[in-house]
Design a protein around this ligand. Structure first.
Ligand code: NDP
Length: 280
């Protein structure tokens, strides 16, 4: 039987490092990092996610401000607010909580965030740098996955990595980061023929789809590392995209859901904020 990766311990360890960096910023530069969060939707889950980010900020001594808008807001209004925050020296990071109200122009709004305050790494400039292999700021979920791999001692160079899911938030940047580190990467998605033929030969399998227990034990390679990004609600319970209980019989290590990748996502947001603050 393989092991369930203890992501909680990894995050606790990384939190100590980040606290040290925050203390240095305060002590030597007189800067208390500040995150501004823009909320323009009516999704209940967004409130939950923002709440987690707020809590993490509080626990690390980071300032956090929330700008919540009603459905009457226009794209122009949001752009104006972002421009104001871009020009505020005391704001180090701007996060646009997705999804936005449907009538808002998400792409235009994400582009308006200054690349130097883009904690989520969604700005095309940061995304482009990532693809070119010299980006420091990268989307939090895939960056957190790289942290997990590093912390459990996986050297991705030369490995066959398969990413299931090609979203801009997870799958694509994930593939770019693995490529940058020297893995041989395959990206699968809903149009992929014979998914199993790809997943079965993955030394590292990363699943970000949103289909409960899509990945079964017959789909993974022996002794592989399986990272489950998926978060699905089934009968009121959270489950991932991987049938962990059975996959663990074949794989070497699997991340749990809940208590897995989701923990590193929030933590990585804080790391991005400190990276941006330090390079001011
Ligand atoms: P999207 O819905 O944007 O993307 C899903 C991807 O999965 C698409 O590329 C889609 O293909 C592909 N796909 C759908 N069905 C299949 C299938 N049967 N076989 C193979 N590929 C398939 O989702 P996200 O990337 O935003 O999120 C993915 C999951 O990760 C969700 O469960 C989400 O809740 C979770 N998540 C978790 C985070 C965390 O912190 N742990 C953070 C972000 C997301 P196509 O492109 O062809 O449509």
């Amino acid at each position: 039987l393989g092991e369930i990766i203890n992501v909680k311990d990894i995050v606790e360890k990384r939190k100590i490092l980040i606290k040290e960096r925050i203390e240095r910023l305060k002590r030597e530069e007189g800067i208390t990092p500040k995150l501004a969060v823009i909320i323009a939707n009516s999704e209940e889950s967004s409130r939950v996610y923002v709440g987690r980010k707020r809590k993490m900020c509080e626990s690390l001594g980071i300032l956090e401000e929330e700008y919540e808008f009603s459905e009457k807001i226009t794209t122009e209004d949001v752009l104006k607010e972002i421009e104001r925050l871009n020009n505020y020296d005391t704001v180090n990071g701007i996060l646009v909580q997705l999804p936005l109200f449907k009538h808002l122009d998400t792409s235009k709004i994400l582009k308006a965030v200054s690349p130097t305050k883009d904690v989520d790494g969604f700005h095309p400039e940061n995304f482009g740098n990532l693809i070119q292999g010299n980006g420091k700021i990268a989307p939090c979920t895939p960056k957190g996955v790289m942290t997990i791999l590093k912390e459990i001692g996986v050297d991705v160079e030369g490995k066959d990595a398969v990413v299931v899911g090609r979203s801009v938030i997870v799958g694509r940047p994930m593939a770019a980061m693995l490529t940058n580190e020297g893995a041989t990467v395959t990206i699968c998605h809903s149009k992929t023929k014979d998914l199993i033929s790809h997943t079965k030969r993955a030394d590292i399998l990363i699943v970000a789809v949103g289909v409960p227990h899509l990945i079964k034990e017959n789909m993974v390679k022996e002794n592989s590392i399986v990272i489950d990004v998926g978060i699905n609600k089934v009968d009121g319970k959270l489950v991932g995209d991987v049938d962990t209980k059975n996959v663990i019989k074949i794989a070497k290590s699997v991340t749990p859901v809940p208590g897995g990748v989701g923990l590193t996502t929030v933590h990585t947001l804080m790391e991005n904020l400190i990276d941006l603050t330090e390079t001011l």
